[in-house]
Every structure is written in structure tokens, then in C-alpha cells.
Design a binder for this molecule. Structure first.
Ligand code: SF4
Ligand code: SF4
Length: 236
């Protein structure tokens, strides 16, 4: 989370519903940020606004498609002084290595309209979403009917096999999810935990296991301050 303000300030993207992940208008969520230090004179960049704060509320596809409902369907909240969509990082972190039908995930990156197979690869739609706010809801909803984000067998380069006790065999099941066009059955019942900084292990923790209080974090998530409430508080 620490680096996000820097990446924002560098004009590389906007905060997205996925949460701790910035989205770039041309490569979507598929980029990694790195830091290089230099004393070379540089001209600072500026923050960008391509309408994502208005687009994500009209979309919600990543939240619908997250298999463990870690991405909020609801609105932004205040977290650690920032206005953000708060992902349930605990759910995501547990789901990826714990999925017996194939580890890893990334559906939030693979299924949305800014994905490399999303409608936003069409420059006309991207231009329209940036310049014509009233088209955003339509463009967001268009991603499903044209089949974006669903299983693409032509890209499958691997065999579904697993190795057990030294033997290679067909797996009991593989993680092959198609789009959930019923509005996100898992996400509809989600409870998103919000771990405030003081509820997390300290930064100097030397790999000592720390038990997190999930019930308390869910309570924090339910009672989190909204951006409007924060603005009113600051105004007072
Ligand atoms: S990686 Fe998977 S589990 Fe984690 S937030 Fe994205 S869709 Fe959800
Ligand atoms: S899938 Fe939709 S809601 Fe999620 S980050 Fe992408 S544009 Fe925003």
C-alpha cells in the first residue's frame, strides 16, 4: 500500500475497485511497479484522471468474479487516511495457495473490461469511457455479452495433470470457472474484513505467526468511515 501514492503521483494509473492495485488505461491492471533511485534530473509527471472512479461503481465485474468475494461490491471507504475500495486481503491471500483445484488466481485481472481481452482494447470504447461519462455504464455492461473474460481454450498451453506420490495422473478437479452472469452469487453475501494498520503484525515482525482477529476486522469493515463522512468531519 505504501507505494500506491507514489505510483498515483507518477501518473501511471488510478485506484480501482480491485483495491490495492492501480489500473492503467492502456494495460489495465496488468502492470507491476518498481522503484529506481537516481540523481538524474527528471521532470515530475502529474496524476491522471481517465474516469475510473466513476467507471468502477458502474462495473463491479471483478467483485462479481472473485471466487472468494474478496473484492467489495460496495462503495469506497476511508482506510489509513485514503479513500479506497477495501479488498479483503486475508481472503485473497488464503484462497490463492489454498485452492486444491490449482493454485493462484488473478481473475480480477483477467476478467474486467480493462483487461487485455476486455472492451477497452478498442480505442473507441476507451476514448468514449474517458470523454463521455454517460457511456460508462453501457461500456461496462458490454464486456459480458461480447464474451470477454470467459474461458478461452485457444490460450491453453498446459495439460491438466497432477503429480501425487511420484505418479502423474489426471486431477480430481481443475479450476475452470466461467463467468458468473447471475450477478455474483458469492459476492452478494460477502463480509469484507478491514484490517486497520494497528491490527496487523508490526513491520519489524521477524516471521513470528500473529493471529488476526477476523471478527473484529469485519466489524471495522461494516463501520468504516465513508469518504463523504470523512469530508464532513474534516469540514467541521
Ligand atoms: S486474485 Fe483472485 S481471490 Fe484474489 S482478489 Fe483477485 S479474483 Fe479475488
Ligand atoms: S473489473 Fe470493472 S470494477 Fe473491477 S477494476 Fe475493472 S473496471 Fe473497475
Amino acid at each position: 500500500m505504501l507505494h500506491i501514492p507514489l505510483v498515483l503521483a507518477a501518473g501511471l494509473g488510478e485506484m480501482s475497485r480491485i483495491g490495492e492495485l492501480l489500473l492503467n488505461p492502456f494495460v489495465g491492471p496488468r502492470f507491476k511497479s518498481v522503484v529506481l533511485t537516481t540523481d538524474m534530473p527528471l521532470t515530475p509527471d502529474v496524476k491522471i484522471d481517465f474516469g475510473l472512479q466513476d467507471f468502477c461503481p458502474k462495473c463491479t465485474k471483478c467483485a462479481r468474479e472473485c471466487p472468494c468475494a474478496a473484492i467489495p461490491l460496495g462503495d469506497k471507504i476511508m482506510f489509513n487516511g485514503y479513500e479506497t475500495w477495501n479488498p479483503d486481503v486475508e481472503k485473497c491471500t488464503k484462497y490463492r495457495p489454498g485452492n486444491l483445484k490449482g493454485s493462484a488466481c488473478g481473475r480480477c485481472m483477467k476478467t474486467g473490461p480493462y483487461n487485455i481481452e476486455g472492451v477497452m482494447v478498442e480505442r473507441l470504447f476507451l476514448w468514449s469511457a474517458i470523454k463521455l461519462p454517460f457511456t460508462r455504464r453501457f461500456i461496462a455492461k458490454l464486456d459480458d455479452p461480447v464474451g470477454n473474460g470467459s474461458i478461452n481454450p485457444t490460450k491453453k498451453w498446459w495439460w491438466d495433470l497432477e503429480c501425487k506420490d511420484g505418479r502423474t495422473m489426471h486431477p480430481i478437479g481443475t479450476n475452470a470457472r466461467t463467468l458468473d452472469l447471475n450477478g455474483g452469487r458469492v459476492a452478494q453475501t460477502q463480509k469484507v474484513a478491514l484490517y486497520e494498520p494497528d491490527m496487523l503484525p508490526p513491520g519489524d515482525n521477524q516471521f513470528v505467526p500473529v493471529k488476526l482477529d477476523r471478527k473484529e476486522a469485519i466489524r471495522h469493515g461494516e463501520n468504516a468511515e465513508t469518504p463523504a463522512e470523512a469530508q464532513a468531519r474534516i469540514g467541521r
